[in-house]
Design a protein around this ligand. Structure first.
Ligand SMILES: Cc1cc2nc3c(=O)[nH]c(=O)nc-3n(C[C@H](O)[C@H](O)[C@H](O)COP(=O)(O)O)c2cc1C
Length: 175
């Protein structure tokens, strides 16, 4: 599958088959994140792979708002460590390190989503989570950012493409 096809056919998947996703496939997905670009090559991303027991822990603590998420065989909890950047933040020039870390993480996350598509796996970003509480549940350092997790599994639905803005709506014209 080429990148264009993966971009065009990816959908957010909210219904999964109960078939397991092998460790090998999950590793391939994470490998796509590992190769992503990042500011000063600082690679702030950290990932926690949650299967049965950890998913149950998240469920018990009521971390995820939508119950279907727990039915996905694998959750990749996406974290960013703002302390990886060596240079001090300069106002008006460098963005704040929290922003930098989440920005870099998100580039890596989309690498994963597209690679998963190529591997025949469905995914969905899940930002509707309790962002502070999840750090306690999973014993993450307090300075970590956890903007979302990603569900991974074999799709049990075929959603239609969702509406997108047109080219002219998103490309700005200089005045
Ligand atoms: C950062 C981010 C957070 C999201 N959070 C959620 C979420 O909490 N729950 C959910 O069902 N979908 C979530 N989505 C999925 C979007 O709703 C979805 O991408 C959008 O409606 C477009 O649909 P598509 O992905 O199928 O093209 C999120 C997407 C992104 C990029």
């Amino acid at each position: 599958m080429d990148v264009k096809k993966a971009i065009e056919q990816r959908r957010s998947i909210r219904k999964y088959k109960q078939d397991d996703v092998s460790d090998d496939l999950v590793r391939k997905v994470i490998e796509a994140a590992r190769l992503a670009p990042s500011g000063n090559n600082c690679q702030p991303w950290r990932f926690l792979i949650a299967r049965d027991e950890l998913k149950e822990k998240l469920k018990q603590d009521g971390i995820i708002m939508q119950s279907w998420v727990y039915d996905a065989p694998v959750l990749i909890v996406c974290c960013a460590d703002p302390r990886v950047y060596q240079k001090k933040h300069v106002d008006g020039w460098d963005d704040a390190n929290v922003l930098r870390s989440v920005r870099d993480l998100s580039i890596a996350a989309e690498h994963m989503v597209l690679r998963a598509e190529e591997l025949g796996l469905g995914t969905c970003y899940i930002g509707w989570i309790k962002k502070d509480e999840i750090k306690n549940t999973l014993d993450f350092p307090d300075h970590y950012q956890v903007p979302y997790l990603i569900t991974v599994g074999y799709a049990d639905e075929k959603p239609k493409p969702r509406l997108r803005k047109t080219y002219d709506e998103i490309v700005l014209n200089p005045k």
